[in-house]
Design a protein around this ligand. Structure first.
Ligand code: G6P
Length: 610
């Protein structure tokens, strides 16, 4: 969590940093701060609350200078307050930090014994004091001092540091947390992710764990973990700056919902051959022979990605006929999950940074399993740890509630299932062709669905006053019911539960009453008749039903208050379609309630703490 940004160049640093932080606010938004070197010393401004509060303070008290660092915070150590906001200062040093220093208690005690007085409750302030002490102890400049200081830290961090005696220099370091360097014309930037830097440059350098880098307007110097100069290649990033803009939509989430046809199409592009009924996921690092030797697939993920993994299990078992387990990243470690060398562990993560998923990947790797990352962010921690990657190509996702990355993950997982099915010789070419054909038609069907957004908005107005909502689905629609409920609760703060429709009679049926709207995903698929019976059971108890039904299913008119039509499509791809109106439903309920849709309370998009 937390976002950091640094700028050194010829322009005024503060507006550039605030702009970069604006793009990182999804990572945390309880306080923000900035430090700028004005040629004489380091000036710091911090503010409690969202970035706009800081921006307002800076309007009244502008900071001059062309070198600076900034931070937007999601509190871990110490409550949200101005004192705990970054940057943290010790003597001539100012530090911003993303991550958690695990040995902070011991270091704090050691520093306190040496007479250091702390002005915050954060683990970050310790870093500032350590760097300061290294400078006092004779380090050969800021780069050397930071290198020595971070050698004392355990845990995860990405930091950017300013020093009073080195104007025109930022020192950055990373271990575990992300940090990207942007190399512009006569300017150098650093940031927690690519979109924060895109409006300046598409030339990026990805630091390795253990790297310490010195950024100057005219160049970059990197020391590797062994303290020797290290060459880190520049890479051209083909995300365009406009991809990280709202582009006329009221919220990023709404824009991202509407970007799903392209997110799915891009994820499929170049990876399948309809004529040959085959899939070519070249980067996954798993040849047909290794695919044939697999005994099990083990999917790990958190949040929305976990729901994508649940859908993936249905596909992997039915299409690739490989036994598949799905587990939450946070549970893997604590239930002593077993991994084997002939497992394929698939870590599904939009950000590629989620701490619980990373921990699960590490456990699996230690047991000798092969790991495949399904991630959206290039070169993020999980793809780095994995043996192979199948990137979703959804473009930057800014809204905290994940939408286009979810459907892109589904597309990637279905490709994987077809690839494994074909490689293992269990999926006939004709069936593979049907699935791939259906998948290729999804973007245009999504497009049609999005054309009905106004109707979904009208349905949403009926749910605005609901205190609880139940979502039901069967088979492939069950994980979509979970996802529909999650979307609603995270942005509208309405209590919602997703349930397997077949489980309703084992408990939730007791809740059914006229005040409990029940959203039932009931396309004309293999589970249709059974789900229809569940709708009747709800109706019999006067529960109001919102049905997601296949276009033309007239019988639904008598059974539901509202019907949201889904295009007719083969069962196998339905999850990519049914989820779209549920995302819109959650969006419109939240918007109608006046909530901050892109930055819901208490949440962060990238959860780098366990
Ligand atoms: C957070 C986000 C969710 C996301 C989850 C997993 O909780 O708010 O939207 O689904 O993390 O994130 P990942 O990046 O691993 O997909």
């Amino acid at each position: 969590m937390c976002g950091i940004v640094g700028y050194v160049g010829e322009s005024s640093a503060a507006p550039i940093i605030v702009e970069g932080l604006r793009r990182l606010e999804y990572r945390g938004y309880d306080s923000a701060g900035i430090a700028v070197h004005d040629g004489h010393g380091v000036q710091v401004v911090r503010a409690l609350g969202k970035l706009r509060v800081l921006a307002k303070v800076l309007e009244d008290r502008p900071l001059a200078g062309t070198t600076g660092i900034g931070h937007t915070r999601w509190a871990t150590h110490g409550r949200p307050s101005e004192e705990n906001a970054h940057p943290h200062v010790a003597g001539p040093v100012a530090v911003v930090h993303n991550g958690i220093i695990e040995n902070h208690r011991a270091l704090r005690q050691e520093l306190a014994r040496a007479g250091v007085a702390f002005s915050s409750d954060t683990d970050t302030e310790i870093i500032a004091h350590l760097v300061h002490r290294e400078l006092q102890a004779g380090a050969a400049g800021l780069l050397d001092a930071v290198r020595r200081a971070v050698a004392r830290l355990s845990g995860a961090y990405a930091i950017a540091v300013l020093g009073r005696d080195e104007p025109g220099v930022i020192v950055a370091a990373r271990q575990g947390s992300p940090l990207v360097i942007g190399c512009g014309e006569g300017e150098m930037l650093c940031g927690s992710d690519i979109p924060a830097l895109l409006s300046h440059t598409q030339q990026m350098v990805f630091l390795e764990d253990g790297d310490v880098a010195e950024l100057r307007a005219g160049g970059l110097r990197v020391l590797g973990a062994d303290a020797k100069p290290a060459l880190r290649p520049r890479r051209h990033i083909d995300w365009s700056p406009v991809m990280a803009e709202r582009g006329g939509y009221k919220h990023f989430m709404l824009k991202e919902i509407h970007e799903q046809p392209e997110a799915v199409a891009a994820t499929l592009r170049g990876r399948l051959d309809l004529d040959a009924s085959s899939v070519h996921p070249s980067e996954i690092g798993l040849g047909p022979e290794a695919a044939g030797a697999l005994r099990r697939v083990y999917l790990v993920a958190c949040g929305t990605s976990f729901h994508a993994a649940l859908v993936g299990r249905y596909w992997l078992e039915s299409i690739a006929q490989v036994p598949t387990v799905v587990e939450l990243g946070s549970e893997v470690r604590y239930r002593g999950a077993l991994f084997f060398p002939d497992d394929l562990v698939v870590a599904v993560s939009q950000s590629g940074e989620t701490a619980d998923t990373i921990a699960a990947v590490q456990t699996a790797k230690a047991a000798g399993a092969r790991v495949l990352a399904v991630a959206n962010v290039l070169d993020s921690a999980i793809p780095r740890l994995a043996h192979g990657s199948l990137y979703t190509r959804a473009g930057p996702e800014i809204g905290v509630a994940s939408t286009k990355c979810f459907t892109a993950q589904l597309a990637a997982l279905l490709l994987l299932a077809v690839y494994l099915g074909r490689s293992r010789g269990v999926l006939p070419a004709e069936r593979a062709a049907e699935i791939l054909q259906a998948l290729c038609e999804v973007p245009s069907q999504m497009h049609d669905l999005l054309g009905d957004a106004d109707y979904v908005r009208a349905v949403a107005t009926r749910l605005v006053h609901a205190r609880h909502v139940l979502f039901l689905g069967r088979g492939l629609s069950f994980p979509i019911a979970l996802e529909g409920a999650l979307k609603l609760k995270e942005i509208s703060y309405v209590h919602a539960e997703g349930y397997a429709a077949g489980e309703m009679k084992h408990g939730p049926i007791a809740l059914i009453e006229p005040e409990l709207p029940v959203v039932v995903i009931c396309p004309q698929d293999a589970a249709y008749d059974k789900t229809l019976s569940n709708i009747q059971e709800v109706r019999a108890r006067e529960g109001p039903v919102v049905a997601l039904a296949t276009k033309g299913d007239e019988s639904m008119h008598d059974l539901s208050e509202h019907i949201i039509w889904i295009p007719r499509a083969p069962d196998v791809v339905l999850p990519l379609l049914t989820v779209v109106p549920l995302q819109l439903l959650a969006y419109y309920v939240a918007d109608r309630k006046g909530h901050d849709v892109d930055q819901p309370r208490n949440l962060a998009k990238t959860v780098t703490v366990e």
